[in-house]
Design a protein around this ligand. Structure first.
Ligand SMILES: NC(=O)c1ccc[n+]([C@@H]2O[C@H](COP(=O)([O-])OP(=O)(O)OC[C@H]3O[C@@H](n4cnc5c(N)ncnc54)[C@H](O)[C@@H]3O)[C@@H](O)[C@H]2O)c1
Length: 290
């Protein structure tokens, strides 16, 4: 909130007017914050994003969601404000840390599932080149992810229905990030673990049509070096995350009403159930095994 105020004060001191355009340059925190500032300044000025992390190129910069965190939870204050344009220069990605690189890969796996069987096949075929950071592969997968996300957002810009698919893995991820402490884990790494948990949950409660799809996504996450379970997250990222610490963190998830989290669960490639609610006992028992 304080940083948002500083950005707005800066816009005012720089004498931006209603025809001005704010340009963001940086990761998803920057596109979320800059997008929010642009949507508020003088009741809304244009914004253009130049995202420089893998995660912000494939996900955060596209779709117009803006946000800052509140003490009660992540991304709880925000607006919808579509950028005029998004420019992705994949050369900027060469300086990312390994953790920020991994973070982007988590959102790529999510997007490939939403894109359907062909996107999933493409990612499986490209996994080795992607891990090797082959420039051509990175550029084409960034483009593929943007098209998939743009298609979903165009159908449902304000998340009344179909757009909720993009929250696959995120009910788990937001609870993990909150329980671990914001900033402890890269967002997309939490999303990767959230995806692993969403596929396991969907399989165990009978929503996933083919158990082989769970194995397929788990294999893909592993091939890309991403965690699939809480145990792997604890082992590799130095977080404790006991089930009894995690459960209260689901209470304020903004996708459900207070106290009742909603999960987006996979059924078949490209298809999802958008609002699955569980009894607390089911979630607790599921988490305890992970
Ligand atoms: N609005 C949306 O639709 C949406 C979608 C997904 C994620 N998000 C949000 O995005 C945020 C995560 O984004 P992120 O992973 O980009 O995090 P981030 O913005 O914190 O960037 C990660 C780190 O990378 C550094 N960095 C940026 N570009 C770099 C470069 N080219 N080389 C080296 N370092 C670089 C940053 O300074 C930062 O330390 C979360 O807050 C998440 O909630 C928003």
């Amino acid at each position: 909130m304080n940083v948002l105020e500083r950005v707005l004060d800066f816009a005012s001191e720089a004498q931006l007017d209603r025809k001005s355009c704010l340009v963001t340059f940086g990761g998803g925190v920057m596109t979320d914050l800059g997008g929010l500032a642009a949507s508020l300044f003088k009741r809304g000025i244009d914004v253009v994003h130049a995202p420089t992390t893998l995660l912000s190129q494939v996900d955060a910069s596209v779709g117009g969601k803006t946000a800052i965190n509140l003490a009660a939870g992540k991304n709880l204050a925000g607006t919808f404000h579509q950028p005029r344009a998004v420019f992705c220069d994949t050369d900027t990605l060469t300086t990312l840390t390994d953790a920020d690189w991994l973070s982007g890969l988590g959102e790529i796996v999510k997007t490939a599932w939403i894109g359907g069987i062909e996107s999933l096949n493409l990612l499986e075929e490209s996994a080795a080149q992607l891990t090797a950071k082959d420039a051509g592969t990175v550029a084409s997968l960034v483009a593929e992810c943007i098209w998939i996300k743009a298609r979903v957002v165009a159908e449902d810009p304000r998340e009344q229905g179909a757009r909720r698919a993009l929250n696959l893995g995120h009910t788990f991820a937001h609870a993990i990030e909150k329980a671990a402490g914001y900033g402890t884990l890269p967002h997309g790494v939490a999303v990767a673990c959230g995806l692993g948990l969403a596929f396991a949950l969907s399989d165990e409660i009978g929503h996933l049509a083919n158990a082989t799809d769970r194995e397929r996504v788990e294999r893909l996450l592993a091939a890309l070096g991403l965690p699939r379970t809480l145990a792997e997250l604890r082992e590799r990222f130095d977080v404790t995350l006991r089930a009894d610490e995690l459960l209260p963190a689901f209470a304020h998830d903004k996708k459900g009403s207070v106290g009742k989290p909603e999960f987006v669960l996979p059924t078949r490639p490209g298809e999802l159930e958008l609002a699955v609610r569980l009894e607390d006992g089911v979630l607790a028992a599921f988490l305890a095994k992970r």
